[in-house]
Design a protein around this ligand. Structure first.
Ligand code: SF4
Ligand code: SF4
Length: 181
């Protein structure tokens, strides 16, 4: 995908994630040709015992990347919508790893360079492999759509009425739009 401009965001839907870690495997295989999730640029954080949360952590390709701002070697640059690691510039100081507010840069003892999502050239393997569609490429123009919809739905309060028809109990549920304040 040469010359592409990434106008979509790799978006995580944690409620959908089953914690199978297939995303980690396909990432490590794609970039290092090894079946070793510790070399992946996406990691699934799972908390136990309660509440159980499964949260894949991956780079957000920030438009104002803190990792690039702290890099003393100009080794991280926002190019065509993706924050790219310029390998020949990197001095392996790992200041980027400390600076990322999401913990989305990783290190491995076998690797000299930080491990960071490069969006697989615009067609991320993890998105294609996730069996639960917990990882999606979403156009930037519609980011926030689900949040907006959820706000509207929470505004509609569900009501329920019971009644009897020919001796049989029936229930009707309907949404009642709340009063504007
Ligand atoms: S592949 Fe999908 S479901 Fe499996 S751990 Fe990764 S994000 Fe979760
Ligand atoms: S590594 Fe972190 S700070 Fe850098 S672009 Fe990705 S999410 Fe943003």
């Amino acid at each position: 995908m040469e010359g592409y401009i990434m106008t979509k965001r790799l978006t995580v839907i944690p409620e959908q994630c089953s914690g199978c870690r297939i995303c980690e495997l396909v990432c490590a295989i794609k970039h290092f040709r090894v079946n070793n999730p510790k070399k992946a640029a996406i990691r699934v954080m799972i908390t136990y015992p309660h509440p159980v949360m499964r949260m894949p952590i991956v780079c957000s390709q920030c438009r104002s990347p803190l990792c690039a701002r702290v890099c003393p070697a100009d080794a991280l640059r926002l190019v065509n919508g993706v924050v790219q690691l310029i390998e020949e510039n990197c001095v392996s100081c790992y200041k980027c790893l400390e600076a990322c507010p999401f913990g989305a840069i990783y290190a491995h003892q076998d690797c000299d360079l930080p491990i960071k999502c490069d969006m697989c050239g615009g067609d991320p393997e993890c998105v294609k492999a996730c069996p639960k569609a917990a990882l999606r490429l979403i156009p930037e123009a519609v980011l926030g759509e689900s949040k907006r919809l959820n706000n509207v739905l929470s505004y509609a309060q569900m009501k329920e009425i019971e009644f009897y028809e020919k001796g049989e109990k029936k229930i009707i549920r309907y949404a009642e739009i709340g009063e504007e304040s």
